[in-house]
Design a protein around this ligand. Structure first.
Ligand code: FES
Length: 150
């Protein structure tokens, strides 16, 4: 199986075809930014972009995304130096607390800003409603999205 991830092609052994995409990313490819939370599509910790749309990688199988362009948080900063503006805004606003959910939060925020460059608070809340944060960082997330939108 050939997957397109972060602008590169990756060969994945067929034995993984029925596993969660999340596990393939983490265990086969070493892309550990996406996290396992609920494993049921309800927490958003595993969010990646599939053709630019935020998707729960725990609900996808590799065969679901053959031919699609997958972006993980590792792929946002392609040269490994400059952070993506959303990542920088997250740092500037000191968003993370425990940090576990934040890669998923950022991926959903990136997708939001691509389709709506100047979102309001209600837009942000709606777009990130499926990304849960038990530390209560939602207010800082809003601030960071506004900062990234500037
Ligand atoms: Fe995928 Fe919770 S781990 S939505």
């Amino acid at each position: 199986m050939e997957l397109h991830i972060n602008g590169e092609r990756h060969d994945v052994p067929p034995i993984w075809q029925d596993e969660q995409l999340l596990f393939v990313l983490r265990e086969v490819l070493g892309l550990v930014g996406a996290k396992l939370g609920c494993g049921l599509g309800q927490c958003g910790a595993c969010t990646v972009l599939v053709d630019g749309e935020p998707r729960r990688s725990c609900l996808l199988r590799p065969q679901d995304v053959l031919g699609a362009q997958i972006t993980t948080i590792e792929g946002l900063s392609r040269d490994g130096e400059a952070l993506h503006p959303v990542q920088q805004a997250w740092l500037d606003e000191r968003v993370p607390q425990c940090g576990y959910c934040q890669a998923g939060q950022i991926m959903s925020a990136v997708a939001l800003l691509r389709r709506q460059p100047r979102p309001g608070d209600a837009d942000i809340d709606a777009a990130l409603a499926g990304n849960l944060c038990r530390c209560g960082t939602q207010q800082r997330i809003r601030q960071a999205v506004h900062r990234a939108a500037q």
